[in-house]
Design a protein around this ligand. Structure first.
Ligand SMILES: Nc1ncnc2c1ncn2[C@@H]1O[C@H](COP(=O)(O)OP(=O)(O)OP(=O)(O)O)[C@@H](O)[C@H]1O
Ligand SMILES: [Mg+2]
Length: 232
């Protein structure tokens, strides 16, 4: 069961939103998902308290550097996917969580400050590779992307990532009010009322395509999906 860690040392890059969208989409597809919430703002845990029960989805709050191994051990048996939401700061938990992961997703908004937080994560991944021989596959997911215009800042960030040969998901997470409102309303994009949330259908489609794009990056998950389809 793949462990996916979301990391960017810049606060507000869109990690928690990307975690929640992936967790709810994967559980909707039929996978059982556990989120380890190590974000000091506890947004996913608060959302879970508001929403539960959510089929096939569990959120473990207050995950720390001291407890993450135990939580992973406990959840490995029951979860198809474990997603780890990290704080938006430099912390020893970052290297530890990344070292335990099958894939690291780096959410980056199209701006220089976010890109710098992402670059720090990339440097740490390189360090794990060079010093410990630990190669952790990783991809950037562009977040809060404007659906109408491509900003110059976004183009600059994309150029930088291409120069460094960093894998970038084909599907960016678009700036959508539904992705904010889901934290207030509880539930999922599919339980929200389309007459009250603008562009909800587009948000649902974006979340689905994003989750499918992540799955394509995970060879382990693809094998599992084959099994899921065969047994369906
Ligand atoms: N795609 C999006 N569309 C609309 N709003 C978004 C989107 N992504 C993030 N936001 C908003 O941006 C803010 C920061 O997002 P989020 O909490 O996901 O970032 P974070 O990286 O987890 O932050 P932190 O480092 O503080 O934990 C929140 O108010 C969130 O609702
Ligand atoms: Mg967060």
């Amino acid at each position: 069961m793949p462990v996916i860690t979301f990391a960017n040392t810049k606060g507000g890059a869109g990690k928690t939103t990307a975690v929640l969208l992936l967790a709810t989409e994967l559980s909707r597809m039929g996978y059982s998902v556990t989120v380890l919430d190590a974000d000091p703002q506890h947004w996913v845990s608060r959302w879970y308290d508001l929403s539960k029960p959510v089929s096939r989805l569990t959120v473990i709050p207050y995950v720390t550097q001291a407890s993450i191994d135990r939580h992973l051990e406990e959840q490995r048996e029951q979860a198809d996917f474990i997603l780890v939401d990290l704080p938006g700061i430099r912390t020893p938990l970052l290297a530890k969580a990344m070292g335990l992961s099958d894939h690291v997703l780096i959410p980056i908004q199209g701006c220089a400050m976010d890109a710098q937080g992402g670059a720090h994560v990339l440097e740490l991944l390189q360090y794990l590779d060079e010093r410990l021989g630990l190669k952790v596959p990783h991809s950037v997911v562009l977040t809060r992307v404007n659906s109408l215009v491509t900003t110059r800042a976004l183009l600059a960030v994309k150029g930088l990532l291409a120069q460094r040969n960093v894998d970038v998901l084909n599907v960016p997470i678009i700036e959508r009010s539904a992705f904010r409102d889901v934290f207030d309303c509880g539930g999922t994009l599919h339980t929200m009322d389309p007459s009250r949330i603008s562009n909800l259908e587009k948000a649902r489609e974006n979340a689905r395509l994003y989750a499918e794009d992540v799955l394509r990056r995970l060879p382990l998950a693809n094998r599992q999906r084959g099994g899921l389809q065969a047994s369906a």
